[in-house]
Design a protein around this ligand. Structure first.
Ligand SMILES: Nc1ncnc2c1ncn2[C@@H]1O[C@H](COP(=O)(O)OP(=O)(O)OP(=O)(O)O)[C@@H](O)[C@H]1O
Ligand SMILES: O=C(O)[C@H](O)COP(=O)(O)O
Length: 396
């Protein structure tokens, strides 16, 4: 059983809250604050109820351009919440413990990027994670631990799985809601249609396999790069540029995996036409008519595919979307994503997973979905039937 904030007596309690505010950055700071907004509910509730809140989070991966301090995140949280959120440039040192000890009831501090500390970027089993410097260092300053970082719950890192070994653990409101929706897919109305696009081919083929083998999906529609790989697996000649792109990304193993799935499951569909760039313009071609030599890869699904997929989406009881249908960042190739997502948003029950997917619907101004997940890898793992280490660690 996983305890939630309903089970927590907050008044005067020092709460360590793990959130996921890993966000795209711009030169001036945060390029998107959607993930910060998602945690406002949990943080506000804790503060309103008189907790003293130490917030833990990561940003980027060591060596990447977006591996940065959390100073800008603290400023933005301070603006978003009607409570003060301070920033502390330490994570688990004496300075961090002192800053947490100074908190008054109803005050919060965002501690520094947990991944500035090497052990946090490693995966441990929970018992071992509980012995890491981060957890050892902070536990004396905290009374309880709340995990609201659903989007990072597929990682078995110390700040996600170690604390609940040493402190009473609770799920925050984001975590609770995500699990309520995504772990209960099998109870949603049928026909259940999955639209899998985007560029995470291995993960998406894994989801397709899992939902088809478990009988969860009535239809799996493929689009984006995932669709291109499935087309190649079906024996289609996609043209040299698309094939090279797929091979350059290292997805050749996925072609075999997709081929096995296509052989075994008629419910798995591939695009009938695609859009490529020709003389700077969008050009749609039926897959069967694609020339062998192409200069640009397939960047979107074509109108024939949109029409056929839309009919299936219109009849769906539940639609689960992960990954855009094309390179939606370029207006010329946003057509498939815009059309298919708009149709999907009208289903009785519609669930969107994936960071880029959520960005796509915001950018294209499509709303009306039943649930937009904060998670990318975490929602894919859950949809594929895998358990999430950080969730297991909260389970008593
Ligand atoms: N045909 C295509 N060829 C190349 N890239 C494509 C194609 N279709 C979509 N994409 C790219 O896929 C990317 C998004 O895919 P991804 O699988 O990462 O989505 P996501 O799961 O929502 O993201 P996140 O990793 O943030 O959770 C976009 O940047 C888009 O341009
Ligand atoms: O953005 C995400 O998917 C999560 O914050 C996890 O980040 P990671 O993939 O760098 O572990």
């Amino acid at each position: 059983m996983i305890r939630t904030l309903d089970d927590l007596d907050c008044e005067g309690v020092a709460v360590g809250v793990r959130i996921d505010i890993n966000s795209p950055l711009s030169e001036t700071g945060l390029a998107d604050d959607a993930r910060l907004r998602a945690h406002v509910e949990t943080l506000s509730e804790l503060l309103e109820r008189g907790a003293r809140v130490a917030i833990l989070a990561h940003q980027g991966r060591p060596g990447d351009d977006d591996f940065s301090t959390l100073a800008a995140h603290a400023d933005r949280l301070d603006e978003l919440l009607s409570f003060s959120v301070d920033y502390c440039d330490a994570t688990f040192s004496a300075a961090a413990r002192e800053r947490v000890a100074e908190l008054e009831d109803g005050e919060a501090v965002l501690l520094e990027n947990t991944r500035f500390y090497a052990e946090e970027y490693m995966e441990f089993d929970p018992e071992r994670a509980a012995d890491t410097h981060l957890v050892e260092g902070l536990v004396p300053a905290l009374d309880v631990y709340v995990n609201d970082a659903f989007a990072a719950a597929h990682r078995s890192q110390p700040s996600l799985v170690g604390f609940p070994q040493r402190l009473p653990g609770y799920a925050g409101r984001v975590m609770e809601r995500e699990l309520d929706v995504l772990a209960a897919i099998e109870d949603t109305p049928q026909p259940r249609v999955y639209l899998l696009g985007g560029a995470k081919v291995g993960d998406s083929i894994g989801v397709a396999r899992s939902v088809l083998e478990r009988g969860l999906a009535d239809t799996v529609l493929t689009a984006g790069l995932v669709g291109n790989v499935c087309l190649l697996a079906s024996g289609a000649e996609l043209g040299t540029a698309s094939a090279e792109f797929v091979y350059d990304q290292g997805y050749w193993d996925e072609i075999d995996r997709a081929g096995e799935l296509l052989d075994a499951h008629d419910e798995l569909r591939v695009p009938m036409d695609v859009a490529i760039e020709r003389n700077g313009e969008r050009h749609e071609i039926p897959v069967a008519e694609l020339p062998q030599e192409t200069e640009t890869p397939a960047m979107d699904v074509g109108s024939e595919t949109v029409a056929a997929y839309s009919e299936i989406l219109e009849d769906a009881g539940t639609v689960i979307l992960n990954g855009p249908a094309g390179v939606f960042e370029e207006e010329t190739f946003a057509h498939g994503t815009r059309e298919l997502y708009s149709t999907a948003s009208e289903a009785d029950h519609s669930i969107v997973g994936g960071g880029d997917t959520a960005a796509a619907i915001r950018r294209l101004g499509i709303d009306g979905f039943s649930h937009v997940s904060t998670g990318g890898g975490a929602s894919l793992a859950l949809l594929a039937g895998d358990s999430l280490p950080a969730v297991e660690a909260l389970d008593e």
